[in-house]
Design a protein around this ligand. Structure first.
Ligand code: 7PM
Length: 284
């Protein structure tokens, strides 16, 4: 599918086969995800959710403690460490699965990778102070996502002459900077960053990036896509996030057929089923 991409990626001792699409299951450990917000409740539910995603065939569990939603509470690095590190430690101990940490903070990168995280997933592409150095020191693979890096002013409308080329150019320059900081090329995964707000895409740009997704492979890195329940689906279907499962699955299939090596989703079991039937058809 993409000869310049190594097939097996070492994620802190656990191997990820990049010769086929992998499902990354989203695990939120933000207390506001749950009604009572209690810390023990959050921990137990996170572990239960992780078990379900492992049993459903996830290849990676992505653990995040800081919401990127516009207007979401900004939390300190210490609070983010307190939320994610115990969950990362428990999941990487209990399950034979690659754990990624969804963070932009240098302190969280250091603590999470010490606790067993095998991938650093940063929606700000290691732009925050110390993040690049912390990721390089951790020796684990990194996911660099395109975004505006900071939340735009309300009313900001993103504009690109050619969204695929501009996003590709940004990702290529971040990937080069990573290599100068000592991160091996083989340990870099790119993500065009679907979605509005800080991610900087209108629904029309998201749709163009899906249509032209295979062009991102020209950069020569594995590519991840996160489209699950995102607002461009709501813009097309005029529905709410909890009504976007079938469209999320349809887009996951389009992305898998366009060569995405990792697909980041809420609904692991359903997505794994889609990829299995697609694989069976391909093998017929
Ligand atoms: C509010 C806004 C809540 C945005 C949740 C989100 C991605 C990611 C996220 C992605 C990578 C969501 C996002 N999205 N990491 N983290 N790629 N690499 O919809 O698309 O899950 S958070």
């Amino acid at each position: 599918m993409n000869n310049s991409v190594n097939k097996s990626l070492d994620c802190a001792g656990r191997l990820l086969d990049l010769g086929r699409p992998n499902v990354m299951g989203i695990l939120n450990v933000t207390p506001d995800s749950f009604s009572d917000g209690g810390r023990y409740n959050t921990f137990d539910r996170a572990l239960q959710h992780a078990r379900e995603m492992v049993d459903a065939g996830a290849g990676i569990i992505d653990i995040g403690g800081e919401s990127t939603r516009p207007g979401a509470q900004i939390i300190s690095e210490a609070e983010e460490v307190d939320r994610v590190v115990p969950v990362i430690e428990a999941i990487s101990k209990e399950f034979d699965i690659v754990v990624s940490v969804d963070t932009s903070s240098a302190a969280v990168i250091r603590e999470a990778t010490s606790a067993g995280a095998g991938i650093v997933n940063d929606v700000r592409a290691l732009c925050r102070p110390g993040a690049l150095e912390a990721a390089a020191a951790s020796q684990v693979p990194v996911i660099l996502m395109h975004s505006l890096v900071e939340q735009p002013e309300s009313g900001f409308v993103p504009a690109y002459e050619n969204v695929v080329d501009e996003v590709s150019g940004y990702l290529a320059s971040r990937a080069e900077l990573c290599q100068k900081a000592g991160i091996a090329k083989e340990k870099i995964i790119l993500d065009p960053g679907f979605g509005g707000g800080m991610f900087g895409k209108t629904p029309a740009f998201d749709l163009q990036m899906i249509k032209r997704f295979s062009e991102f492979h020209r950069l020569g890195y594995p590519v991840l896509a996160g489209v699950s329940r995102k607002s461009f689906i709501g813009a097309v279907l005029e529905n709410t996030a909890d009504e976007r499962l079938s469209a999320s699955l349809a887009v996951a299939l389009l992305l898998a057929q366009a060569g995405a090596q990792i697909i980041r989703v809420h609904d692991v079991k359903e997505t794994v089923d889609v990829l299995k039937i697609a694989n069976a058809v391909a093998a017929a």
